[in-house]
Design a protein around this ligand. Sequence first.
Ligand SMILES: [Zn+2]
Ligand SMILES: [Zn+2]
Length: 242
Amino acid sequence: MPDQVDYWSACLMPWPCVLCGQRAGLERVCVGCRADLPWITHACPRCSGPLPPGAAPGLCAACDLALAGLAQVRAALVYEYPVDVLVAAAKFQARRECARALGELLVAGLSRQSFCALPADIIVPVPLHPARLGKRGYNQAVEIARPVAAALRLPLVTRLCRRSRNTEAQSALPGRARHKNLAAAFSVRGSLARSRVLIVDDVVTTGHTLSSLAGSLRRAGAAQVTAWCAARVVPDQARLKV
Ligand SMILES: [Zn+2]
Ligand SMILES: [Zn+2]
């Protein structure tokens, strides 16, 4: 659902769908485009890896993400066309409305999944390094987190965490190098006083970014860290079984 400001502006002037350009109404992706999206519905409750059709609910055979420090990672969509186009537009084409659309899809997608979310007290979007934030003008994870915060009625905390190292683009690095690249990449100001933190991000690939941030949050006193991501990379092997 859109937040209050979005709601009233969408009532006055309905959004065009960010995928097809048709009038979408109160949300940024129209009903027709939503129906065609690669939703993750039957999935592992720990890492959101899709389970084969007909498989009993439960953990997937290969919880292959580096999930240290995280109690649960949930994702709404498989990272493939047209989700990859939306993510690229949000990150590299200054299309903030595409990030908001991903946030709305995240909320809609997770509400369709059968397993429950672990509770949280605050929402922390994955921070961008100030240099990259300056270049992009906004943090897409913050924009994705806005509809999530509105839906869950939780505070969106953007100044608690800082990306202290301008790490290279993760997508260009192999798994092991990603982990090394992210060592001590985040710093947290102050104490989290046993809060339960929900991290929000655009795409989960190996889980190293989320895990690195989760480690910093746990060291600052967080009692539990979970993550919601708009999309999840699904390894080819798992995709074949779906
Ligand atoms: Zn559409
Ligand atoms: Zn799993």
